[in-house]
Design a protein around this ligand. Structure first.
Ligand code: SAH
Length: 509
């Protein structure tokens, strides 16, 4: 059998957006992904088809020794598989990628290398430090601060490093930071030379400490900065005061738990991340089939008898159109039916099916929607309203009272997911969450059910952010305080409200 190709892919330093397009394509085509500790596991979502094998190492604790990793790569390729070997940063910068490639070469296994953004470059960019600047330096050295038994740090050419090179970038140097600083000073570098330490660069948990060759050791201890971190030494560090941008983003360093399914939170996640926040998505609702399809099927078989179709959520839209197909029907059956879409997201979901909603009420809550529908005249009209199992009766009652007929079969149920409770508990216990974002009453009802009576204690200072009045009412019903509710119940407004929450705008005079 022909061996498959091994792609040594640089995953970049952490921010998933820093993966190359080529890396993304190879991940999508892989049969197996073999990945490291410093490769952001979020990237595995780009290879859902592939088997995923973690061989990560975490300072001294090798979960798999290098020779075993080499063998694993070769064995997988020999069985004909396309192998994506995903490595943190760049595979050929302090990543033992050279050893892996050499092993594959010796064993006649084809390989390719996809470079990645190396942590040293990324740390500099995200900390606001240009590695070269024509006014202060024209050279960079990238070094490892890690000692090997056979190659001591003391054997480095400290004289050249101290006097001949402008910017020094050390990887894996935290354990030997004192030694590095002392050696540079001893060989003539000014003790006042600026130093920056960037921990977890490019991720919302990035932390940067600056000092000088003399002070940085104590500062690192005081700020409890641990690996993984990059050490940048040189005059360029001074530019950070002016050029820092990442840690100035309005939601930088905040961690939010999102409780709706990831597919439905995609835009929200992107927006929050672009503002510097870390998002953790653990859904507290899952979508399930209705207990009985019959009522919806009955309605679908008599579509001709309806004047209007009311769709109030993207889930409702998905379920409705799928069921239409399951019943052997297609969109032509909706030709004469007025389509009412509640919310922009619902309208987008409808448009995916090539249909344009006739009416998109401006209001988001049932009361407001009802008023708008009534304005259009509903007496004597028949509406089909495929809905979630539990909805407030406002719309149905109001339309019926106004002389309309409403058929409202259940199209889906939201249920409590099987998984996730332990993870949420862990996040709350370690006090790592700034807030939980809740977008419907059931997201909070289920959270309470999943965590149980420990929730108040575990929440501690974690705040609850609500999308709107109905969700807030559910939160308050359980006895909790809502820390934030946007004026308009959309995720865009929620993002604005979150920024406002942490940076109250001063009223312009
Ligand atoms: N091949 C990788 C380097 C692997 S060596 C690359 O090109 O980036 C591991 C070291 O890289 C860590 O000890 C740390 O010094 C650095 N490193 C990797 N990711 C980092 C990150 N996100 N922030 C800071 N340092 C990082």
């Amino acid at each position: 059998m022909q061996p498959g190709t091994v792609y040594l892919i640089g995953a970049g330093p952490g921010d998933p957006g820093l993966l190359t397009l080529k890396g993304r394509d190879y991940l999508a085509a892989a049969d197996v992904v073999i990945y490291d500790y410093l490769a952001n596991p979020v990237l595995l979502a780009l290879a859902p088809q592939a088997e995923q094998i973690y061989v990560g190492k975490n300072k001294g604790k090798h979960s798999l020794p290098q020779d075993k990793i080499n063998q694993l790569l070769a064995d997988q390729a020999r069985s004909g598989k396309t192998v994506a070997r995903l490595k943190g940063g760049d595979p050929y910068v302090f990543g033992r990628g050279g050893e892996e490639a050499a092993y594959l070469h010796q064993h006649h296994i084809p390989f390719e290398v996809v470079p990645g953004v190396t942590a040293g470059f990324a740390a500099a960019a995200y900390a606001g430090i240009p590695l070269t600047h024509r006014d202060v330096t024209t050279s960079i050295a990238m070094l490892t601060g890690h000692e090997r038994p056979d190659r001591k740090l003391s054997s480095l050419d400290w004289n050249t490093l101290a006097n001949g090179i402008g910017t020094l970038v050390f990887y894996m140097g935290m354990t030997n930071l004192e030694f590095i600083c002392r050696s540079l000073i001893a060989h003539g570098r000014s003790p006042q030379t600026p130093v920056a330490i960037v921990q977890w660069a490019t991720l919302p948990r990035q932390r940067t400490v600056t000092g000088t060759l003399t002070t940085i050791g104590d500062l690192v201890v005081a700020h409890d900065i641990k690996p993984p971190a990059i050490i940048i030494i040189g005059e360029v560090v001074n530019y950070r005061d002016e050029l820092r941008w990442y840690d100035n983003l309005p939601l930088f360093g905040k961690r939010f738990l999102l409780t709706r399914p990831k597919e439905q939170a995609a835009t929200f996640i992107t927006q929050l991340q672009a503002l510097g926040a870390e998002t953790i998505c653990i859904p507290t609702i899952a979508i399930a089939d209705p207990p009985n399809w019959q009522p919806l099927d009955d309605a679908l078989s008599t579509l001709d008898g309806f004047d209007g179709l009311i769709l109030t959520s993207a889930n409702g839209v998905e379920r409705f159109f799928k069921r239409l197909r399951t019943n052997g029907l297609d969109l032509r059956r909706l030709a004469d039916i007025q389509i009412v879409s509640v919310g922009k997201k619902t309208a987008q979901a409808i448009e995916q099916y090539g249909l344009c909603p006739d009416l998109i009420p401006k209001q988001f809550q049932a009361e407001g929607i009802l008023d708008e529908l009534l304005e259009h005249g509903v007496t004597g009209r028949r509406f089909l309203y495929p809905r979630a199992e539990t909805v407030r009766p406002v719309l149905i009652d109001g339309l019926t009272a106004a002389g309309a007929e409403v058929v409202a079969p259940t199209a889906y149920r939201t249920v409590q997911p099987q998984k996730g409770a332990d993870m949420i508990r862990h996040l709350l216990t370690t006090g790592e969450l700034d807030a939980i974002c809740l977008s419907s009453p059931s997201t909070f009802d289920n959270l309470c059910a999943m965590i149980g009576e420990d929730l108040p204690t575990l929440l501690g200072t974690t705040e609850l952010f609500s999308i709107g009045a109905v969700t807030s009412a559910a939160i308050e019903r359980h006895g909790y305080r809502v820390a934030l509710e946007p004026e308009v119940s959309t995720l865009d407004d929620m993002v604005d409200a979150m920024v406002q929450h942490y940076h109250p705008r001063t009223v312009n005079s």
